[in-house]
Design a protein around this ligand. Structure first.
Ligand SMILES: Cc1cc2nc3c(=O)[nH]c(=O)nc-3n(C[C@H](O)[C@H](O)[C@H](O)COP(=O)(O)OP(=O)(O)OC[C@H]3O[C@@H](n4cnc5c(N)ncnc54)[C@H](O)[C@@H]3O)c2cc1C
Length: 292
């Protein structure tokens, strides 16, 4: 059943201070809404139980992409289209660009935000694996001030986050990888475009003198939260690219994931395909390492 709109109240503050004051006065009462591409689906289905919406789309403090020395900072309201077009993101963070490219279609990319993708906290979201692969940090803000947390520790369980009711996601900081490095992003869905992922894997590695000195692998759709493939990473770290124990890593990734059967796929399919995608990533890593 569709929602009855007059039941809803919406406030549209013009400054971050105003928004944070409202959140702190009545914590838990106001549900932030940014691009609305997740929330409007719930509203349309009559499943949005929060009747008080805080429209944060006018808060310029949450907008913009900037390159600050060692990292690129994204305001929480950064859209997918902005991610795709920004020169610094295209130059340094190709996995972020690719994750934005495969998210929805043009209309969603123009309206949906990076902050909304993170706080919606779907395990199948497309940007989180790329943020995990780059070791991103996120910055949260409230009337009490700002705090920064590693993105990896933000998701505490299915739809549970390290986010207080009076806090907003302010920005996302992604360290710029040193050197040319290895970047890999692969989303597997029912179709090439406009499908939610069945499994998703992003990786970033730094190779020095033919050895894998740094490696992070981020996963989507295979656990209750976006997750790192720590066991698979440990198998590969410190190894020479000429002798990567790829099949050992492929075995190890099975203990990093806990996929389920759902409407989009089965746990078995997800296990097999995640292993195949990892194999593909590591074979590419070996080729890149040999060529560099
Ligand atoms: C047709 C369609 C296709 C889609 N395809 C994909 C896809 O391929 N891949 C994918 O990952 N997603 C997809 N989505 C989901 C959605 O577009 C993304 O998750 C989007 O990034 C959400 O951003 P938003 O600004 O629209 O969020 P909103 O709907 O405004 O909010 C989402 C959640 O985040 C919270 N929130 C938003 N911003 C903040 C903030 N700054 N601080 C605190 N809380 C905040 C809101 O309270 C809400 O809980 C699709 C959606 C649709 C409708």
């Amino acid at each position: 059943m569709r929602a009855y709109l007059p039941d809803y109240d919406i406030q549209s503050p013009e400054t971050l201070d105003e928004a944070l004051t409202l959140l702190s006065r009545e914590p838990g009462k106001w549900r932030p809404i940014a691009g609305g591409t997740d929330l409007m689906v719930l509203l349309n289905a009559g499943r949005l139980s929060d009747l008080n919406l805080l429209d944060i789309s006018r808060l310029t403090e949450l907008r913009g992409i900037s390159e600050n020395g060692p990292s690129v900072t994204f305001g929480a309201l950064t859209t997918y289209s902005e991610l795709r077009q920004h020169p610094a993101v295209r130059e340094h963070l190709p996995n972020v660009v690719e994750s934005a490219r495969v998210t929805g279609a043009q209309a969603i990319q123009n309206r949906g935000t990076l902050g909304g993708n993170i706080v919606n906290a779907s395990p199948a979201a497309d940007t989180p694996p790329s943020l995990l692969a780059y070791g991103a940090e996120i910055e949260l803000v409230s009337v009490r001030g700002k705090r920064r947390v590693p993105y990896e520790s933000f998701h505490k369980g299915y739809k549970k986050m390290d986010l207080a009711p009076d806090e907003l996601l302010h920005s996302i900081h992604v360290p710029i990888p040193k050197g040319s490095g290895f970047h890999f992003y692969r989303k597997v869905g029912t179709r090439q475009a406009q499908a939610i992922s069945k499994t998703c894997l992003a990786a970033h590695a730094r190779i020095e003198n033919g050895v894998v000195e740094e490696l992070r692998i981020g996963l989507g759709s295979v656990a209750p939260v976006p997750a790192r493939a720590r066991s698979a990473e440990a198998v590969i770290l410190g190894k020479a690219v000429d002798f990567l124990p790829i099949e050992d890593a492929v075995k190890a990734i099975q203990s990093d994931i806990s996929p389920i059967d759902d409407i989009r796929s089965t746990a078995r399919y997800r296990r097999v395909v995640t292993a195949n995608v990892l194999r593909q990533a590591l074979e590419e890593l070996a080729r890149t390492g040999r060529a560099s």
